[in-house]
Design a protein. Structure first.
Length: 202
């Protein structure tokens, strides 16, 4: 196991989709990534998920993050979640982190927060299949058939269960293929794919 796995922040905010965040959190934690559960700096300490999970999140998203997992939630039904966060400083903070070298990864409609941050303009990306048109309208080069798109500093995944594939891919990317296979094995999960690795990395 590499000793330099990236400091990883799993972002949570009111209305986040539980599986989008908790799935990758478990996979990356079990693989030895130094993981912190964080909230946007201006968010209350108490965070309420889309499915009635309430968490006390003390840590905030900050410049220490080398890898950030951004969940979706609320975009498709208009509930609190991604749409509300798009109107805050969070997109600008994600843009600043990305500019400083942080890898930003999204699950499901978390990609719309990346779009609000200007991070997928002209870049290959994917999201929940019911939001692909929205992502395209936001300027992304949508890859309809991909389950995970790894464009180097930006990694996106499809619907909620694709977060497991995203996390397994990230383990393989940062720790090596054998560790990725071990991560999938611990879950008794067979990644669906395809994973598209593109060449417009920044």
């Amino acid at each position: 196991m590499p000793s330099s796995l990236p400091a990883t922040h799993v972002l949570m905010f009111d209305g986040f989709d539980d599986l989008d965040a908790i799935g990758p959190l478990e996979v990356l934690s079990e693989a030895g990534f130094p993981v912190a559960v964080v909230r946007p700096p201006a968010h209350d300490r108490s965070v309420h998920s889309a499915h009635a999970l309430t968490l006390a999140v003390d840590a905030v998203l900050d410049a220490d993050a080398q890898l950030v997992i951004v969940p979706g939630g609320g975009w498709l039904d208009g509930a609190a979640g991604v749409r509300a966060q798009c109107a805050t400083d969070l997109p600008a903070q994600l843009a600043r982190l990305h500019a400083s070298g942080t890898v930003i990864a999204s699950v499901c409609t978390g990609a719309m927060l990346l779009a609000a941050a200007g991070l997928v303009d002209g870049r290959p990306a994917v999201t929940n299949r019911n939001a692909l048109d929205d992502l395209a309208a936001a300027g992304a080069d949508v890859r309809h058939d991909a389950r995970v798109v790894d464009d180097g500093s930006i990694v996106t995944a499809g619907g909620p269960a694709a977060g497991l594939d995203l996390a397994v891919h990230l383990v393989a990317r940062f720790a090596g293929p054998a560790d990725g296979e071990a991560a999938a094995g611990r879950l008794e999960h067979v990644p669906v794919g395809p994973v598209l690795v593109t060449d417009s990395r920044e």
